[in-house]
Design a protein around this ligand. Structure first.
Ligand code: NAD
Ligand code: UDP
Length: 325
């Protein structure tokens, strides 16, 4: 017998940043389940297009709002929520220099406002944390028990420390106010609805390969990341949402590869003539990243299933359509 998910038909869910890449996929799944979903987004890195197909649904409301000073007054915000998913934050390293204060505010002021609201509503609060909480890790693969190696004043610190603050705030509300909370530490995720000019490695390499431009690998390209197709990540986030686990729990895959390998794979999958060009690497760029998925497997029954070739293939098709190639 199939057990109904904890959050489904009739439940009201608030998703911050819901017009972004990962969150919009999450919103799709929640709407499919019959949830009533309210999205708060200021489109700083997301786009209305990502949720355009939901706009005529009575169970979906998109509210254009910047939450960095707190929550907006809007009719959709008056009724109680059953769950609040705090997904809003610029997430590309290129944004760390362009939007530093915005990133700090959405990961602090907004987090506190949302935790207050979740506590008042008796809602489950889930926050999107990141593998960046581990900084440039000295432990490999990274387990949730690892405290990380973060430069608190470096260019990445606005993102890393905002997410670490959000984790601390989430645990503080859980411990002191009894708030039902969950933290997911997301590792490098990719897929359709990423912006071609987002600056992260996968959309950049795919756009460059399709245009026949040089593939800009930073440094030697020996640094590694473990890449996760968005559908796998979203399944993991929903498993955590439906559970009673507090976390933090890693979510991603063990498909670790060097950026040189990633560039070569994308050139081969696109059939591109692009050459790989090695350019300057930003400071504090983590050397390696791979999640230990033991907790996700044991506590949530999580198992990613999409191979890099399959996931990258699907993402390339999306970019071909979007870029007109
Ligand atoms: P994204 O930029 O596509 O999505 C973030 C969304 O938040 C965007 O729609 C943006 O407009 C919105 N937003 C940002 N600041 C806001 C504000 N002040 N008010 C209202 N809306 C705001 O990025 P993504 O990659 O989909 O990431 C989604 C979440 O997952 C982020 O919290 C990110 O830190 C986290 N995460 C993502 C990855 C990844 O690999 N994609 C890895 C680790 C963590
Ligand atoms: N990277 C690269 N070329 C690019 C963009 C990124 O070589 O055009 C590298 C970057 O230096 C990092 C890795 O790819 O080592 C992953 O970067 P991304 O921005 O995708 O994610 P994050 O650094 O947040 O893990």
């Amino acid at each position: 017998m199939k057990v109904a998910p904890r959050f489904g038909s009739g439940h009201r869910i608030l998703v911050t940043g819901g017009a972004g890449f990962v969150p919009s996929h999450l919103v799709d799944r929640l709407v499919e389940r019959g949830c009533t979903v309210v999205v708060l987004d200021n489109f700083v890195t997301g786009s209305k297009e990502n949720v355009a197909h939901l706009l005529d649904k009575p169970t979906f409301t998109l509210v254009e709002a910047d939450i960095s000073d707190g929550l907006p007054h809007h009719p959709a915000m008056t009724e109680r929520f059953d769950a609040i998913l705090h997904m809003a934050s610029p997430a590309s390293p290129t944004d760390f220099e362009k939007l530093p204060v915005e990133i700090l505010r959405v990961g602090s002021v907004a987090t506190l406002a949302l935790l207050e609201r979740a506590t008042d509503d008796g809602a489950r609060f889930l926050m999107a944390s990141t593998s960046e909480a581990y900084g440039d890790p000295k432990e490999h693969p990274q387990r949730e028990t690892y405290w990380g190696n973060v430069n608190p004043i470096g260019i990445r610190s606005v993102y890393d420390e905002a997410k670490r603050f959000s984790e601390a705030a989430t645990m503080a509300y859980h411990r002191s106010r009894g708030t039902d909370t969950a933290i997911v530490r997301i590792f490098n995720t990719y897929g359709p609805r990423m912006r071609p000019d987002d600056g992260r490695a996968i959309p950049t390499f795919i756009s460059q390969a399709l245009r026949g431009e040089p593939i800009t690998v930073h440094g030697t390209g020996n640094q590694t990341r473990s890449i996760c197709y968005v559908d796998d990540l979203v399944r993991g986030i929903l498993l955590l949402l439906d559970s009673t686990q507090t976390g933090p729990i890693n979510c991603g895959t063990e498909h670790e590869m060097s950026m040189r390998q990633l560039a070569e794979t994308i050139v081969s999958l696109t059939g591109s003539t692009s050459e790989v060009s090695y350019i300057t690497r930003a400071s504090d760029d983590p050397e390696m990243r791979r999640p230990d998925l033991t907790l996700a497997r044991e506590l949530l029954g999580y198992e990613p299933s999409v191979t890099p070739e399959d996931g990258l293939g699907r993402t390339i098709e999306y970019f071909r359509g979007r870029l007109g190639y």
